[in-house]
Write a protein that binds this ligand. Structure first.
Ligand code: PLP
Length: 359
């Protein structure tokens, strides 16, 4: 019950153990088409350019920035945690100029500050932000941020690593241009795969670049030769066949449950955990109106030894919870309720174990 990877179900592990076939085997090509359709369902999009990048969430992040940012481009990044900071690094390494709207860790990105920056710099080309900040447990207002981007004629890049499958995310409904996620959070798949989706405005930008994408591996124009629909599929890289079996299975499970039902299950799990922990006198660090249900950030009670309690939980109760990151290190714990791990039995075990560990 840390901040990810989350528990993987036996069903997904079994899928992963199926025999490895070639990455151009007709059976596998059919599975690839299924995966694309299931990802479109999970992201709520009709974008044809929706596919899994064969690498972790950070590669999905790089894929978005490397394909959309050209040298000299101004990109506005909202930073209120670790992963917003990582976006700034990406912009700079692509030769772009990062402008930053900074908010305190544990607080939501301030929409007014974003609007002020967008109106002061009409040449900003992209607005980038993290939907669910795993480092702080904060949900940024993706719908309103995308609306602002549209209003100021910018593309948007959205980090949905922790949000996909855990809270509402509506790629087409909110006008998201480029989005990336990770297999290891609320999808409860094995780590190492990053679903991405690019909308029509983003595709147009990629196809009309002045300079080629610096990264050969992440160049969407080339990857589409392998993942593109309809046309002939050609070798680009050796796909992680077994991990894609696992992704396929985890997406099937999400579809069987239903997206809305999955979001509700995370919310109900959060409420149960909230009751259990507040009854122990443990307080939640993030305001309820923008608190993530799948990543619960709680203040470490006074006088409690952070590292000793986490070690005790792991050694005695086989329970992992996450430490605070960056500015929040030593002040908070991060308790994940992601995907398959978000169930009553785990929540009861977590509350009972923490009760004993802090005594
Ligand atoms: N973005 C967010 C919000 C994350 O939580 C993470 C990982 O925890 C990443 C990006 C990077 O993903 P990965 O560790 O799979 O590279």
């Amino acid at each position: 019950m840390g901040p990810g990877p989350s528990d993987v179900s036996q069903r997904v592990l079994n899928a992963m153990a199926r025999p490895t076939v070639g990455h151009l085997d007709p059976l596998f090509i059919d599975l690839m088409d299924d995966i694309k359709g299931l990802l479109q369902y999970a992201f709520k999009t009709d974008n044809p350019l929706t596919m899994p990048v064969s690498a972790p969430g950070s590669a999905g992040m790089e894929a978005c920035f490397a394909n959309l940012v050209e040298p000299g481009d101004k990109v506005l990044v909202c930073v209120n945690g670790v992963f917003g900071q990582r976006m700034v690094e990406n912009v700079t390494r692509c030769g772009g100029q990062a402008l930053v709207v900074e908010d305190d860790w544990g607080k939501q990105t301030d929409l007014q500050k974003v609007e002020d920056k967008l109106s002061a710099h009409p040449d900003i080309k992209i607005l980038a932000f993290v939907h669910a900040e795993t480092s702080t447990g904060v949900r940024n207002d993706a719908q309103q941020l995308c609306k602002l981007a549209r209003q100021y004629d910018c593309l948007n890049i959205v980090d949905a690593v922790t949000s996909l499958g855990g809270i509402e995310l509506d790629v087409d409904g909110w006008g998201i241009d480029a989005v990336y996620s990770g297999s290891q959070k609320c999808l409860s798949c094995v780590p190492g795969i990053s679903p991405v989706s690019f909308g029509p405005r983003a595709v147009e930008r990629i196809q009309n670049r002045k300079v080629p994408v610096q990264s050969w591996f992440l160049d969407m124009n080339l990857i589409m030769g392998y993942w593109g629909k309809g046309g002939k599929r050609a070798y680009h890289h050796t796909a992680p066949v077994n991990s894609l079996y696992a992704l396929h299975e985890s997406l099937l499970m999400l579809k069987e449950e239903g997206l809305t039902q999955a979001w509700q299950r995370h919310q109900q799990g959060h409420q149960k955990l909230y009751k259990g922990l507040t009854d122990l006198g443990i307080s939640f660090a993030v305001d309820e109106s923008y608190r993530l249900p799948q990543l619960n950030v709680v203040s470490i009670p006074d006088g409690v030894d952070d590292a000793a309690v986490r070690k005790h939980l792991l050694d005695e109760f086989n329970l992992e919870i996450g430490a605070g990151l960056g500015n929040l290190a030593g002040k908070v714990w991060r308790i994940g309720l992601m995907g398959f791990a978000c169930k009553d039995r785990n929540i009861d075990h977590c509350v009972a174990s923490i009760a004993k560990a802090i005594r």
